[in-house]
Design a protein around this ligand. Structure first.
Ligand code: NAP
Length: 378
């Protein structure tokens, strides 16, 4: 397992970090829940094989993730890894809620402190809440009493908001969504380099776009990857493109099977920066262009268009529409869309008021594109 310096913090972490948002599931009766025994086995296997960064959050698996991570870190495992969890701002109504939540998280995790405490999923709205509720003052108090060792934030908004937040505080780290398809989306590569230039370590989330870049690939995308002179799996190419950036400190991947975990441990044994040849980078560009050519609506899922006064689930409808062409899954998209119809969140509810188009940062002609989507997947 390759490690990297965690910038100025004076320690190294494994380049592969275990994301605990997609732990293995087990069927119990009608419902699925986390397979706790397998999840603990996997977290410990990861640590035994050199993974020294574990990422969880208050809401993952409806609270079960922190509890399971806490159990996995017993019997000497806590001391072998850096532990990150996140403050869910949407559960905070007052200053008093902040310490109550952190204490609840420490109890779930069975620890006295976390190494990294992140403001979860910051965007312009939650950043405003951070300022109004004086959350940074609270976090500094928790640093002083030792319940938190380092401060950071995870991010889901546009680049200018990212730069504003980066410039507003001396962060110990930040976490952004990045993968070969999101090069120019949200913080993107420009945000990565912006943070990197300021010496802020960057942790990557959704490196496989939630798994879509690793499995069930369209046949033409697979054929492109096969043109590479060195044979690698699509997941390996996606990780390689990321670990090639020297600014990347840790790449988190959620693994839902032991097989995936072992595969990623193998892949990250090679995770050195600046290893991709021009030929390899060109191939990634071709793959990205192919995906793009199959994309009908360049919706980034920022949800600025929501809430729609009529309840139309705009970003989800665009995702289903795009998926027909990217992943060749018309049946799945149509079935997902049907569920929106049942809940009256489909395109037939649209009265063309245009409120969404005024707030879309991508300037998408939403009304027209919704009609196209409806025609395709209804
Ligand atoms: N702070 C935030 O706002 C935020 C948001 C999102 C994520 N996160 C964190 O970031 C972590 C990483 O994001 P992510 O889980 O979306 O990562 P990801 O790597 O993009 O997606 C993980 C999924 O990829 C598939 N996968 C993993 N390894 C594979 C391999 N070797 N070959 C083929 N497929 C593979 C699995 O899909 P299947 O399960 O379908 O098999 C797995 O569940 C999360 O677990 C979470 O800890 C944070």
């Amino acid at each position: 397992m390759r490690t990297r310096e965690f910038a100025q913090l004076g320690f190294k972490t494994s380049v592969f970090g275990m994301g605990c948002m997609r732990l293995p599931q087990a069927q119990t009766g009608e419902t699925e829940k986390v397979d706790e025994i397998e999840a603990i086995k996997m977290i410990r296997y990861a640590i035994d094989h050199g993974v020294t960064y574990i990422d969880t959050a208050y809401d993952y698996h409806e609270g079960a993730s922190e509890v399971i991570v806490g159990k996995a870190l017993q019997e000497g495992y806590r001391e072998k890894t850096k532990l990150a969890t996140k403050l869910p701002l949407w559960h905070v109504k007052s200053y008093q809620d902040l310490e109550r939540l952190l204490d609840e998280q420490l109890a779930r995790l069975q620890v006295d402190y976390v190494d990294f405490y992140l403001l979860h999923a910051l965007n312009a709205k939650w950043w405003q809440t951070v300022k109004e509720l004086k959350v940074i003052r609270f976090l500094e108090e928790m640093l002083a009493v030792g319940k938190i060792k380092h401060l950071g934030f995870s991010f889901h908004d546009e680049l200018p908001v990212f730069k504003e937040i980066i410039d507003a505080y001396q962060w110990d780290m930040c976490q952004i969504q990045l993968n070969i398809l999101d090069e120019n989306i949200q913080a993107g590569v420009e945000g990565l380099c912006y943070a990197g230039a300021k010496g802020i370590p960057v942790v990557i989330m959704e490196p496989l776009k939630g798994g879509k870049l690793g499995q069930n690939l369209p046949t033409d995308v697979l054929a492109l990857w096969e043109q590479a002179s060195e044979k690698r799996s699509p997941a390996e190419w996606a990780f390689r493109w990321l670990y090639n950036f020297p600014e990347v400190a840790v790449i988190l991947s959620g693994v839902s099977t032991m097989e995936q975990l072992k595969d990623n441990i193998r892949i990250f044994a090679e995770a050195e920066p600046n290893v991709m040849s021009e030929e390899e980078l060109n191939l990634v560009r071709k793959v990205k262009d192919l995906y793009k050519s199959k994309t009908k609506v360049f919706c980034t899922g920022c949800e600025y268009c929501l809430p729609c006064p009529q309840g139309v689930a705009i970003p989800r409808i665009f995702a289903y529409y795009n998926n027909v062409f990217i992943y060749n899954n018309r049946d799945q998209s149509a079935s997902n869309y049907q569920k929106l119809v049942t809940k009256a969140n489909d395109v037939s509810q649209c009265v063309e008021c245009g409120a969404c188009e005024q707030s879309c940062p991508q300037n998408i002609p939403i009304i027209e594109k919704l009609k196209e989507a409806h025609q395709e997947i209804s």
